[in-house]
Ligand binder design. Structure first.
Ligand code: 4AD
Ligand code: MG
Length: 462
């Protein structure tokens, strides 16, 4: 017999009064004064649980007495009649005909995920069991739906997915924070040996951008979406050592063109989640006391406000956050500045553009003033920077000047420079931190809770 998902049942896809088979895990169990036992089960297809009504009298005839001993977390297979519930809090329930315990909970008293509420910090110690909680379940479904909606948006807009390498010798972003993967560990003659495998220093990638620029200069519209590794020693609520980044690259495009793509894509994603994960969002709204649905709807209705870096600095001067005497080119926005601008001053997502060149990587296109670059960051309330992008320097003379200024090695970038020698085109792109977007959409405060098995300094358990 086909197994029905709880999601299909709650979406009215299964006929009332039909016999259904459901498999899942117990969330709660209650005995009634009468001969009934109520068991709520979940199967991960949605946030809802399905109430199973067990008639204890039926069990007697059924040698199925063991069912009386089940505890939360046990896995079950249930066959029964689907009926509409009289209880206002739930639409459906199943009158059990047959029930089997698939897996018991060993020592129920020490089961770490018993039904009582746990703090997010506590749950991090049980990264392998925490997907069983409602909150991590909701985050996981939304995370999966965001991936799907991003691929969908890009596919229908004729972008091609390019798989950029994970092992690379280049540091796109210029900072030194990379994980080395220089050595191969082998077992030879019963002895472990370490050998320089590639014959040069290589690392886990910090960005796939340079690789997809090569593909954008042939396929016009491309993206890469994969894990990114950064060895920054930042133990904050918004940094991971391993996270997922979407990077999009568009040929024949300037900064305004790429900002337009980002905005369209963000609206597509948020619209998709509002439509397809409404119950997950409502769960956060109820449990985190955050008006999430409304926040997302407001986002859909307006365009993101754009300001120049210089104007952002002026606002900070006017509000006495930074000293009036500083030149904007000399002040690098820090986290506190960003927080003031987005959480206190604008109180909504903002785009800051045209950053001083000294604070940005070598590949960004120099503006006419020769001091700023055609770059943008999108900052969101309570999360900060979720997206960073720029127009790329397509003119070989300017690119070489930047490579020299930053003391980078010309040989390392010879293939990247070739793209400017052979049929160069203006092109632009951006990178979006997936986990930070999930934090904005769900209202979850710590990035460690929106990725399955977080990696951070001194923490690579599980
Ligand atoms: O601003 P970043 O460093 O930009 C790049 O890597 C460019 N190559 C992107 C491009 O133009 N193709 O990183 C992009 C985004 C950030 O805005 C942030 O959301 C996220 O990646 N991010 C992190 N997320 C979690 N943990 C970290 N340590 C992160 N570092 C960056
Ligand atoms: Mg950035």
């Amino acid at each position: 017999m086909k197994i029905s998902s709880i999601k299909d049942i709650f979406e009215n896809k299964i006929l009332i009064d039909s016999i259904v088979k459901v498999k899942g895990w117990i969330k709660n169990k209650r005995n009634s004064k009468s001969n009934l036992l109520f068991i709520d089960i979940y199967d991960g297809s949605c946030v809802n649980t399905l109430q199973i009504i067990v008639n204890k009298k039926l069990l007697k005839n059924n040698i199925n007495h063991e069912i009386l001993k089940v505890t939360s977390g046990c896995s079950l297979s249930v066959k029964g009649k689907l009926v509409s519930s009289l209880n206002v809090n739930q639409k459906f329930e199943v009158y059990m005909h047959k029930i089997n315990v698939i897996g018991w909970i060993n020592k129920p008293n020490s089961y770490p995920m018993s039904s009582k509420k746990h703090s997010m910090e506590h749950l991090r110690n049980f990264a392998h069991l925490r997907p069983r909680t409602n909150i991590i379940g909701c985050i996981s479904r939304i995370r999966s739906a965001i991936f799907y909606s991003i691929h969908n948006f890009l596919y229908i807009n004729n972008y091609h997915w390019v798989s950029s390498p994970i092992i690379t010798s280049l540091n796109t972003e210029g900072a030194g924070d990379m994980f080395s993967v220089k050595y191969a560990k082998n077992l030879e003659n019963n002895k472990i040996t370490y050998k320089d495998f590639f014959g040069k220093e290589v690392f886990l990638t910090v960005s796939g951008q340079l690789s997809i620029e090569a593909y954008a200069c042939a396929l016009s519209k491309v993206y890469t979406f994969g894990p990114i590794f950064r060895a920054e020693n930042s133990n904050t609520t918004r940094h991971l050592s391993e996270f997922w980044m979407l990077e999009v690259e568009l040929a024949f495009a300037d900064l305004d063109n790429i900002i337009e793509v980002v905005e369209k894509m963000l609206k597509y994603i948020i619209n998709f989640i509002l439509k397809n994960n409404k119950n997950d969002l409502l769960f956060f709204e109820k449990n985190l006391n955050d008006n999430i649905v409304n926040k997302l709807k407001i986002f859909l209705e307006s365009n993101i406000c754009q300001i120049n870096y210089q104007d952002a600095i002026e606002i900070l001067k006017d509000n006495k956050i930074i000293n009036r005497n500083y030149m904007f080119l000399d002040v690098e926005l820090n986290l506190d500045h960003e927080k003031f601008l987005v959480d206190k001053y604008f109180k909504k997502p903002i785009i800051i553009k045209n950053y001083p060149k000294d604070f940005k990587p070598f590949y960004m296109r120099i503006n006419k003033d020769k001091k700023t670059v055609s770059a943008f960051d999108i900052l969101f309330p309570n999360v900060g920077e979720i997206i960073g992008g720029s127009q790329r320097e397509e003119r070989i003379l300017y690119l070489d000047k930047r490579i020299k200024e930053l003391n980078l090695n010309f040989n390392d970038y010879s293939w990247y420079r070739d793209l400017r020698f052979y049929g160069t085109v203006p092109h632009s792109g951006f990178g979006l931190g997936l986990e930070r977007l999930i934090m904005y959409i769900t209202g979850i405060k710590n990035i460690k809770d929106v990725i399955p098995f977080p990696r951070t300094p001194k923490n690579a358990n599980f």
